[in-house]
Write a protein that binds this ligand. Sequence first.
Ligand code: ZN
Length: 267
Amino acid sequence: MIGRRFGALTVLARAERPGRYWLCRCDCHGKRPGSSLRGLKVVSDGNLYQGSPDSCGCMTAAKRHRARQTHGMSQTSEYRTWKEMRARCENTNGPAYRLYGGRGITVCERWRKSFEAFLADMGPRPSRKHSLDRKNVNGNYEPANCRWATSRQQNQNRRDNVLVTYKGETKVLRQWARERRVRYLTLYQRIVVYHWSPERAFETPVAKRQDRTLRFEGKKTSIAELAARFNMRCSTLYMRIFRYGWPVQRAVKTPTRVDRRTANKEC
Ligand SMILES: [Zn+2]
């Protein structure tokens, strides 16, 4: 046994411990990173024949080092981005899976297999404010659909890119709003914010502003009634109460700009 080689290990002598253990010296003589003291290692008979370990430890350290060095970017935000993208689409236990992989969104084969390919297609992230964005939010992670974008650009993109399928036709929400003569924000709120189905969103009539009801002085009343009573415009009341969230008292008691102008004239 003495003098035999197993990988980088050469058997020097029987080790001074019970069982069949051998004192071996590694080819590196303890000079490689991750090696043991002077490259000496005590290995059992069985392990030597199985070929593991086959060095004093320097080889595994080198292997790990090499793995880290393959693209040299594992600590970069691009690499983190790539890993997180894959997790969103592939890790069924991940928190975001429901919104990505669970909706059928995938990472293209080229990117799935290789971080280098992803980096080559996307280029480096332009700044810390940029993150990975899909132009079509229902599309996949693939070169044609991805870019680095700031969160501001992304929000704009989300709003502009809501695709809605209704009666077998898929269109951008803005287009639907134009065609159906409904305010875009109304549709956006119904579908994106409240998660209504397209059918419900398109088929539920939009309440006319003057018909919106509210409680005032303990009684149910409508915008139209209040406007008549306080001699105000429906739209002003509506905006104050439903858009700006004013209390009804304040909405009806605060003079409108027109009132103020005439009041000034009288002074
Ligand atoms: Zn070694």
